[in-house]
Design a protein around this ligand. Structure first.
Ligand code: SF4
Ligand code: SF4
Length: 420
């Protein structure tokens, strides 16, 4: 069997560098374009899924989240359930940063291994953080993770949502932990990592979801905390019990035992330190189909994806998921808040006016402030805000406000008193 040269993993490197280049460009633009408002969470799938939870629980989206982030979250779910944790392996800036720091740790020889039982215990932390993050976001419509998320803290220049000491501690833990332990942040602390792991146990996830849906159809009112706890507890138990037995729905790394020489290069190259050389089918929860193992195997057609020579598949699937999310996210927009305070008779005959370009209406907090100002105006009965487009739809009494242009001007001016 002819041998093959070690290859560069262009698919992964291009994605990782593109994300950092985009962030660098946004940061740079802030310096020379004073009118530019950078949104470093514009495509954040984790924020999107929290916003979706908040929408179901409180009928409002969290912070500045819109349908764009929600659709990216839906694509993340589809990607993790059907393929693998592609978002973690290819585009998460914290994952890439952890990987680079891990390589530094290898060079400095600071890396230490943890025992299996200690590893299992530490993995619980990210599920606890997932619970805390979702619980507080779903009860307040404010993204709780912003308080400590190292990515958001750095990208926002330690903005007003960040709790300085939480964020500083998280950054120090991220850097020091990644140099000493393999993917310390992703494996043990990242709530987003916990969520994608839950999605990988798709059938369990779907089973729990169906159970709670059936219960709610019977008329039993179930506070969201119970399904949340069920998902999180099941996710953690499955992760530690089935850590090497995640049933891949569509894609997995396969190893031919006929042509494999047992050289061990694949296990050495795996950034997640999965012992690929000992598996016929990589079904480890930490595998994100990054493809590094495929690039180093010297034996032709030995390590493959689904026993086929389709190394391009994960990167292509990820590209399709991202494009689908962008398209779906731009087609429609859910309101950040949608509140009505008029009585039934008033609402029945109310008219609607849309006002755009309200740059101060940019998140959940400013939406609530704007609606509070509207409530003081007689003849206005409700409002829905769309922070992605900075627009509002206002319900009003058509007999009281006959001049729509004047009403629009008044509604536009009203934003001046709204700021965070
Ligand atoms: S097993 Fe291969 S594809 Fe999976 S994480 Fe390790 S190197 Fe990447
Ligand atoms: S599958 Fe792994 S152990 Fe087998 S030949 Fe390839 S790199 Fe070596």
């Amino acid at each position: 069997m002819p041998g093959t040269e070690k290859q560069t993993n262009y698919f992964k490197i291009i994605y990782q560098l593109a994300v950092f280049a985009a962030l660098f460009f946004m940061g740079l633009r802030l310096l020379y374009d004073k009118a530019y408002v950078a949104d470093f969470e514009a495509y954040c799938p984790f924020g999107g899924l929290q916003a979706l939870g908040s929408f179901f629980n409180l009928n409002s989206l969290s912070c500045s989240m819109t349908t764009m982030q929600i659709m990216m979250g839906v694509m993340l779910f589809a990607g993790a359930a059907l393929f693998s944790k592609l978002f973690c392996g290819y585009i998460c800036p914290l994952g890439t940063f952890s990987e680079w720091l891990g390589k530094l740790g290898n060079r400095l020889k600071t890396k230490v291994n943890v025992s299996e039982s200690f590893d299992s215990s530490l993995r619980a932390i990210k599920y606890m953080l997932l619970f805390i993050t979702f619980y507080f976001t779903l009860t307040s419509s404010e993204l709780f993770c912003r308080k400590f998320d190292p990515y958001y803290a750095v990208a926002s220049g330690f903005g007003s949502d960040v709790v300085l000491w939480y964020a500083l501690a998280a950054i120090i833990i991220l850097i020091a932990g990644s140099v000493i332990f393999r993917f310390f942040w992703c494996r043990y602390l990242c709530p987003f990592g916990a969520l994608t792991n839950i999605f990988r146990y798709f059938w369990w996830f779907a089973g729990i979801a169906v159970l709670f849906l059936l219960l709610s159809f019977t008329g039993i009112e179930i506070p969201f905390i119970y399904p949340l706890l069920a998902f999180i507890c099941a996710g953690y138990i499955l992760e530690i019990v089935h850590i090497k037995k995640v049933k891949p729905l569509l894609t997995y790394i396969s190893r031919s035992t006929t042509t494999c020489t047992g050289c061990g290069s694949c296990s050495k190259a795996c950034p997640q330190e999965i012992d690929v050389a000992a598996m016929e089918k990589v079904a480890h929860i930490d595998c994100n189909l990054c493809g590094d193992c495929l690039c180093v195997c010297p034996e032709k057609d030995t390590l493959q994806i689904n026993k086929r020579n389709v190394r391009w598949l994960p990167g292509t699937v990820l590209g399709i998921l991202i494009i689908s999310g962008l398209v779906a996210g731009s087609v429609f927009e859910l309101p950040t808040i949608n509140v009505k305070w008029g009585n039934t008779a008033q609402l029945e005959k109310a008219m609607t006016v849309t006002v755009e370009g309200l740059n101060n209406v940019k998140c959940y907090g400013t939406s609530v402030m704007y609606s509070d100002r509207l409530k003081e105006i007689e003849g206005v009965y409700g409002v829905a805000t769309y922070v992605g487009k900075h627009s509002v739809k206002v319900l009003y009494d058509g007999e009281r406000f006959i001049d729509e242009a004047a009403l629009k001007e008044m509604l536009f001016k009203l934003q001046s008193g709204v700021a965070e």
